[in-house]
Design a protein around this ligand. Structure first.
Ligand SMILES: [Zn+2]
Length: 266
C-alpha cells in the first residue's frame, strides 16, 4: 500500500477522465491520496472530490505563494472554515517561492505568517511549497522558512508537523527542515538525470524522513517527461527511490506509508 501525499487532481488536465485516474490509482496500490486545494477557487472542488471518494481522497486547503496577488484578507477569512472540514488533513500548500516570485518576498512571508497559526489552531500538519531563488546563497526559501517556523510552537507533537513538498534544495536546506521535524516529499524529480545531488540528499536524510508524492499533473518520472503525471505512478517513484537507497521496494512502501500516515492520518 502506498499513500500519495500531493496531487492536484482538480487540475483541468484531469477533466476528461478523473474517475478513471482514481480507479487506476487504487489498482496500482495507492490507497489514499492528499488532494491539494491551494487557491480559494479550488477549495470547493477539493471537498467534492473527497466526498465522492470518501476514505481514499483527503484534502489540504491553503493559499499557494505563486498566487500571492490574489490572496487577500477575504480569502484568509474564509480559510479556517475549510480547515474545519471533515476531509481536511492539512494546511497547504503554503510557503515561499523565490524562484518565480523573488520580488514578492515580503508579501509571501506575511501570507505565510498569517496562515501558520491555523496549523496550531486546527492541529493540522502543513504542506510547504518551498523553492529557492536562482542564487540560493542570497535567496534561500528553505532557511527563511525555518526561521519563520522557529517562531511557532506546534502544540500537539514535539515535531513541527509538515512536509517540504517536492523537495529541491541542498543538504543544508534539508537539514534545516529535518531539524524542525519536517519530512521531505519525494516525487518524479528524484528520477531526473541531473538530480544526483537530490538523490544524495535523500540518502543522507534516510527512510524515516521521506514521503512519496507526484505533484500531478506536473513532474512525471524521467521516462515520461512531457506527459501528464498521475498518482498511479507512485509505485514507480518508490521503485526508483528504493533502488537508489538499495532497499526492497516493499520496505520503502512500508516506511513511507507509515511516515505519511503519522503525518496526515493520526
Ligand atoms: Zn503542488
Amino acid at each position: 500500500m502506498f499513500i500519495e501525499t500531493h496531487a492536484h487532481l482538480n487540475d483541468k488536465a484531469f477533466d476528461a477522465d478523473r474517475g478513471a485516474v482514481l480507479d487506476r490509482c487504487r489498482a496500482a496500490g495507492v490507497d489514499k491520496l492528499v488532494e491539494i486545494a491551494c487557491a480559494a477557487g479550488e477549495w470547493e472542488a477539493g471537498e467534492k472530490l473527497a466526498a465522492a471518494r470518501e476514505g481514499s481522497v483527503f484534502c489540504a486547503f491553503g493559499l499557494h505563494p505563486e498566487n500571492i496577488e490574489e490572496a487577500g484578507p477575504a480569502q484568509l477569512a474564509e480559510l479556517p472554515a475549510w480547515l474545519a472540514k471533515k476531509c481536511c488533513v492539512a494546511l497547504g500548500e503554503i510557503g515561499l517561492d523565490y524562484w518565480w516570485k523573488p520580488e514578492k518576498k515580503a508579501e509571501q512571508l506575511r501570507l505565510l505568517a498569517d496562515m501558520l497559526p491555523l496549523s496550531v489552531k486546527f492541529s493540522k500538519p502543513v504542506v510547504f511549497h518551498t523553492r529557492n531563488g536562482r542564487d540560493p546563497a542570497s535567496c534561500n526559501a528553505y532557511l527563511e522558512l525555518a526561521l519563520e517556523l522557529k517562531k511557532w510552537t506546534f502544540n500537539n507533537k514535539k515535531r513541527s508537523r509538515g512536509v517540504l513538498h517536492c523537495f529541491s534544495g541542498g543538504w543544508e536546506d534539508a537539514k534545516a527542515g529535518l531539524d524542525l521535524g519536517l519530512l521531505l516529499g519525494i516525487n518524479g524529480t528524484f528520477t531526473y538525470k541531473s538530480n544526483e545531488p537530490l538523490r544524495e540528499t535523500v540518502k543522507k536524510a534516510g527512510l524515516e524522513n521521506i514521503v512519496l508524492e507526484t505533484d500531478c499533473p506536473y513532474l512525471p518520472v524521467q521516462s515520461m517527461r512531457g506527459k501528464r503525471n498521475d498518482p498511479s505512478y507512485i509505485p514507480e517513484i518508490a521503485r526508483a527511490a528504493a533502488g537508489w537507497l538499495n532497499i526492497k521496494v516493499e520496505a520503502l512502501a512500508e516506511a513511507t506509508t507509515a511516515n505519511a500516515s503519522a503525518l496526515f492520518f493520526e
